[in-house]
Write a protein that binds this ligand. Structure first.
Ligand SMILES: *Cc1c(COP(=O)(O)O)cnc(C)c1O
Ligand code: SF4
Length: 354
């Protein structure tokens, strides 16, 4: 087949993942500093689909997927596991932080790796685990208080149809499970994965998608077609956006993204304060900036276009919606706030570190 036909196929995109500087050179003109970053140790996994590489003509997206020297800088309070997930691990694949929901880490593979990923400690890294899930299914069966299962990883939609179908069939066989979600960036980075066959599987198991988008530049015609197809199959979709300094931290950029998502039947759900993962200081805005941004949207744009601004409480306090400055207080380099259990948590937010 001619490349222009095969490149529409998701398996071709994964087989032709860009994971070295030489491969990247074939797609885009690297700047001197981007080039230099490859001469240093790159602590996080690196790969980009050819589809996403084609979007990197938009300057805003480049530093979110191309390594920079900043990744080697560990800022104040930054951790490999900022959300304390390892402390809430119920099985090798289940994170049980909240009372009635579990996060199910079904794969560590992504087609494209985000430089700010909260699970950069594990995504794209070799795992000792065999990815056999029986123990995890049994845990969910035994814990009848669990109603909501969120498959994440890694990106579960990079798994094959048959593996996904099996996983979803098993989880749907558990009577107390009422909600099944998959967290994925696939419609942005690998939109050709959204086939009619996949949609039929998601539909059959009544799956909601929680999609990851950071900028309207990701809403390519292919992505629009993918979301249209999902919508036509009746799949519920929400989005999560990580607030990123210099990339989407202004009202206009966020407004463009959120309206663009609504036009694709994707409801903006969360605007996430960037987690203090190691090497993320250059991506993180202050919490005050996040509050200013979300307040600039409330009332001024369609209420449906406004997500909740949340801080995922470091250490595992869960996501805390922040709507105003009165909800936080500062103590030195930390911002403190109260979670849903009434417990106080702190987010490291040093001024002018980078
Ligand atoms: C985000 C998250 C969930 C889902 O939270 P919602 O607020 O219901 O979307 C569940 N478990 C963990 C560990 C999470 O980080
Ligand atoms: S798609 Fe999600 S899991 Fe994968 S690297 Fe990006 S943020 Fe991490």
């Amino acid at each position: 087949m001619h490349q222009s036909e095969t490149s529409k196929d998701w398996k071709w995109q994964i087989a032709n993942q860009i994971s070295t500087r030489d491969q990247l050179d074939a797609y885009i003109d690297l700047t001197d500093s981007e080039r230099a970053a490859f001469d240093e140790k790159i602590p996080l996994s690196f790969a980009i689909t050819p589809h996403y590489a084609g979007l990197l003509k938009h300057a805003a997206l480049r530093s979110t997927v191309i390594p920079t020297g900043y990744e080697n800088h560990v800022g104040t309070g930054e951790l490999a596991d900022p959300l304390g997930e390892e402390d809430h691990r119920a099985t090798p694949y289940l994170i049980h932080t909240y009372p009635d929901k579990v996060l199910f880490l079904a794969t560590s593979f992504c087609s494209t790796y985000c430089r700010y990923c909260t699970r950069s400690r594990m995504v794209g890294k070799p795992s000792e685990n065999a990815f056999t899930f029986e123990e995890s299914f049994r845990y969910i069966e035994q814990h009848t208080e669990i109603r909501d299962v969120l498959f994440s990883g890694g990106d579960p939609l990079t798994m094959t149809d048959s593996v996904l179908d099996e996983l979803l069939t098993r989880i749907r066989s558990i009577p107390h499970i009422r909600m099944v979600r998959i967290g994925s960036k696939v419609p942005a980075v690998l939109p050709m994965r959204i086939t009619d066959e996949l949609c039929a599987i998601l539909r059959r198991h009544k799956v909601w998608l929680s999609l990851h988008f950071i900028h309207a530049a990701e809403l390519s015609p292919e992505t629009e077609a993918a979301c249209r197809k999902l919508s036509d199959h009746g799949i519920g979709m929400v989005s999560q956006t990580v607030l990123l300094k210099g990339i989407n931290d202004n009202s206009q950029t966020l407004t463009d993204l959120f309206y663009g998502l609504l036009e694709m039947n994707v409801k903006p759900y969360y605007l996430l304060q960037c987690d203090p993962v190691r090497g993320s200081a250059h991506f993180r805005t202050s919490v005050e900036k996040g509050i200013e941004l979300i307040r600039s949207l409330h009332g001024n744009i369609s209420g449906l276009a406004v997500p909740q601004y949340v801080i995922d409480a470091p250490g595992g306090g869960g996501k805390v919606p922040i709507t105003g400055i009165e909800q936080i207080r500062r103590e030195g380099d930390d911002v403190l706030f109260i979670n849903y259990e009434g417990k106080e948590y702190r987010y490291p937010d040093p001024k002018n570190e980078l």
